[in-house]
Design a protein around this ligand. Structure first.
Ligand SMILES: NC(=O)c1ccc[n+]([C@@H]2O[C@H](COP(=O)([O-])OP(=O)(O)OC[C@H]3O[C@@H](n4cnc5c(N)ncnc54)[C@H](O)[C@@H]3O)[C@@H](O)[C@H]2O)c1
Length: 338
């Protein structure tokens, strides 16, 4: 099955990567693939017809040094403004490809084939790109939309279980934000959706990616709506800074649970809904215990935000499928946890 959705200037396609790549790639232009070592090794057959620039794996490679290495390779290869870049990989590859495409020779056309669950439902959609700078994540970057994004769920089978689970946190976040049907589907289905029925996986990826797409479209009309996508992320980012044991998705899962219970305490959400959220997160293998003391987490969150203002936009779930954004002071935010 093939489905195409518009997302601003991008087209998001769901289906077989090989056929979609040949359907959408410009026919008479030079294509250069940017990928990482892991993906290059796994998808030799898919990528063998393309010139490639292969980067190292992991967040440590998402920096200006890697971007400069790619610029140098592009220059050696004689890439010019007619060259077309195709980022094939997880969120690190798509973020760097988007950044290089936006800046090399003032901009090249580009597209993505995201190969992790997180990249299919989140990182490849919306046009944000960038690299880390010193200790700050995504400090340098641009906004530029890929022409198309191809999501092939079959590529997710080879993803390590922990990486898949990291993406599931964003899927569950999308369901809590806007899609009660997706939430119910996840409640009903076998938790091993990575290896389970392909039609279920397809449905899950399509629904979760569509939530991001819809929120971004609303943001065009009502700026600020995009903040909804931060549900659970203030707590998650603080946890990630405090401990390297927990990955982004695992931290987001803890953040989703924490914000649900805060919502219950503020009288915004029924207790039963918070219990459903915890049950779903637990079913998908997330440990919801805070991996550090709450004071340390709040300190980290405050330190993060204080650079800008003493106010913070917080997303509160009101029910599965419905959330609101409220601007509160940081003191108020802290008091909700103490
Ligand atoms: N631009 C955005 O809007 C946005 C949104 C969310 C996250 N991000 C960024 O995304 C990045 C994280 O992305 P990620 O979680 O995809 O991590 P990643 O890109 O590091 O990929 C995770 C690992 O999986 C491997 N991998 C990729 N595809 C595979 C496959 N099909 N089979 C087996 N292994 C595979 C990769 O080589 C890597 O080792 C972060 O840097 C984050 O800041 C960006």
């Amino acid at each position: 099955m093939e489905i195409e959705n518009k997302c601003g200037a991008s087209t998001i396609c769901f289906g077989n990567a090989l056929s979609l790549i040949y359907k959408h790639l410009p026919k008479y232009r030079r294509i250069i693939v940017i990928t990482d070592e892991n993906v290059a090794g796994r998808y030799r057959t898919l990528l063998r017809h393309f010139e490639q620039i292969v980067i190292g794996m992991g967040e440590d490679n998402k920096n200006l040094q890697t971007a400069m290495t790619i610029y140098e390779r592009l220059m050696e290869m004689g890439a010019d403004t007619h060259t077309y870049l195709l980022g094939v990989g997880g969120g690190i590859v798509t973020d760097i490809t988007g950044f290089v495409a936006a800046t090399y020779m003032r901009g090249l056309d580009f597209s993505f084939v995201p190969t992790t669950l997180l990249a299919q439902v989140d990182a490849s959609i919306g046009g944000k790109n960038g690299v880390n700078f010193h200790d700050y994540k995504n400090m340098v970057g641009t906004m530029r939309q890929p022409e198309f994004v191809i999501c092939d769920v079959m590529m997710l089978h080879s993803l390590p279980e922990r990486e898949f689970r990291a993406g599931m946190a964003e899927v569950i976040k999308s369901a809590i934000l806007r899609d009660p049907n997706l939430f119910e589907l996840l409640e009903r289905c076998d938790p091993d959706i990575q290896r389970g029925r392909v039609d279920v996986l397809f449905s899950v990826v399509l629904s979760a990616a569509s939530v991001k797409n819809v929120v971004l479209a609303e943001n065009e009309v009502e700026p600020g709506k995009r903040t909804l996508l931060n549900l659970g992320h203030t707590v998650a980012h603080a946890i990630e800074k405090l401990t390297h044991e927990v990955n982004h998705g695992e931290a987001v899962a803890i953040g989703l649970s924490a914000m649900s219970w805060v919502s219950v305490r503020r009288g915004k959400m029924e207790r039963a809904e918070a219990k459903r959220i915890d049950a779903l997160l637990t079913k998908f293998g997330f440990n919801l215990d805070m991996p550090a003391g709450i004071l340390a987490i709040l300190h980290e969150a405050r330190y993060d935000k204080k650079k800008f203002d003493d106010k913070i936009d917080i997303v509160f779930p009101e029910a599965v499928g419905r959330c609101v954004v409220e601007q509160i002071t940081f003191n108020e935010f802290e008091s909700m946890f103490l």
